[in-house]
Design a protein around this ligand. Structure first.
Ligand code: PLP
Length: 414
């Protein structure tokens, strides 16, 4: 029997986010851009402030009380992220500044060491630039080639094409868990299984998944998983890379500097153990600690509850948006297979004009190419508007979006 997660008390959730007390031009702030960055609860804001007020010190080097406190809190945050992702141990978690840095780490470290001419890197048509450009840079240096899995007209990955493209030449598959434009949730478990059959490793870009769904890296079976703290109620400048420990151990360092070494002479350097080998220099300490608090916050609510809330909101939004004549929604994955992201255009109104119009109603949406220009080309558009939802959004806010879009259509005379 499937037990339904208990319903989220959205009002109680919202009370924990001070920003929602703000008004914009006399209107209540309606934030529908969490795919870009999420808002932060009071506990996360307090955690960062408390670090600076009470135990600001560098980690892993001080022999005094507050340095020990800082190190303990920093390592506890690593442990929390490991548990959140069901990673086998905290040594599999490298702190990064976000998904972009995590993917660059894998591309430069794993990619440079393992790719050569004749090898292939398999990406998909729905990747964010963060999961395209690092691979292009590495392909140029190593002679490896990039191949791309197309999407179907429904905005799903074309799995037949994936199987055709997945030859023994493919050494790494880099795929987004959830598309930041179409909202599509990709079958990452199946992708990992198939990729492993040909001996390829898999990097999953979890920027749009880790904040919204329960993620279990062992069940997925991925080799690397990247996430951004700022999209999951944590601070900017925080993020993480999960990597299988054997892989991380075999990989060369990404950046050189303090903290990532064991011994240094002018002739030779030996490196620290994982994950420290990948954390050169002073890390964003307050941010990592506060990311741990964000993980506590999400866990205390329950990722199943958050997911269920977003499925409901997205279904409601998809239904209500149909009332807006002239709207085109990109991607038609069913709610169970999509995250809380809806990209759309309204007649030929430029998405930036639409976003500016909505801003006058206190509604924040994103407009542009969403760092996914190849996908825009596939969809045959230069840009789209995008509304994205999180645990703090309500059906009333979707109603406000729909009414404002109807007004926009009248205002622009379309
Ligand atoms: N991947 C996806 C799917 C994203 O949506 C984003 C950000 O929007 C990124 C990667 C990059 O994340 P960050 O800018 O936090 O490094």
């Amino acid at each position: 029997m499937i037990t339904k997660p208990t319903e989220l008390d959205v009002e109680a959730v919202r009370e924990q986010f001070p920003i929602f007390r703000r008004t914009i031009r006399g209107k209540q702030l309606i934030y529908l851009d969490s795919a870009a960055t999420s808002q932060k609860p009071q506990s996360v804001i307090d955690a960062e402030r408390e670090f600076y007020e009470r135990y600001n010190a560098n980690v892993h080097r001080g022999a005094y009380r507050i340095a020990e406190e800082a190190t303990a809190a920093y390592e506890a945050a690593r442990e929390k992220i490991a548990r959140f992702l069901n990673a086998p141990s905290k040594e599999c978690i490298v702190f990064t500044r976000g998904t972009t840095e995590a993917i660059n780490l894998v591309a430069y470290s794993w990619g440079w060491a393992n790719l050569k001419e004749g090898d292939e890197i398999l990406l998909t048509e729905m990747e964010h630039h963060s999961n395209i450009v690092p691979w292009q840079l590495i392909a140029q240096r190593t002679g490896a080639k990039i191949k791309v899995v197309p999407i179907t007209d429904d905005g799903l990955l074309d799995m037949d094409a994936f199987e055709r493209l997945l030859t023994e030449q493919v050494k790494i598959v880099a795929v987004t868990h959830v598309s930041n434009v179409l909202g599509t949730i990709n079958p990452v478990r199946e992708i990992c299984q198939k990729a492993h059959e040909v001996g390829a490793v898999v990097l999953v870009d979890g920027a749009q998944a880790a904040p919204h769904l329960p993620v279990d890296v062992q069940a997925i079976g991925c080799d690397f998983y990247a996430l951004s703290g700022h999209k999951m109620c944590g601070p900017t400048g925080s993020g993480a890379l999960y990597g299988r420990k054997e892989l991380l151990e075999a990989m060369p360092p990404f950046m050189g500097g303090g903290e990532m070494i064991r011994t240094v002479t002018f002739e030779r350097t030996t490196f620290n153990e994982v994950p420290y080998k990948f954390e050169a220099g002073t890390p964003p300490i307050a941010q990592a600690i506060a990311l741990g608090v964000a993980v506590d916050f999400l866990t205390s609510i329950g990722m199943e509850q958050i997911r269920a809330h977003e499925v409901e909101l997205t279904s409601y939004a998809l239904e209500r948006l149909q009332e807006v004549s002239g709207i085109t929604i990109y991607g038609s994955a069913p709610p169970e297979q999509r995250g809380g992201v809806i990209a759309f255009n309204l007649n030929d109104i430029h998405p930036h004009d639409l976003a500016t119009f909505l801003d006058a109603h206190g509604i924040c949406i994103r407009a542009g190419h969403h760092c996914a220009q190849p996908l825009m080309r596939r969809l045959n558009v230069a840009a789209t508007a995008r509304a994205s939802f999180y645990l703090y959004n309500t059906p009333d806010e979707i109603d406000a979006l729909v009414e404002a879009l109807k007004e926009a259509a009248k205002f622009f005379g379309r």
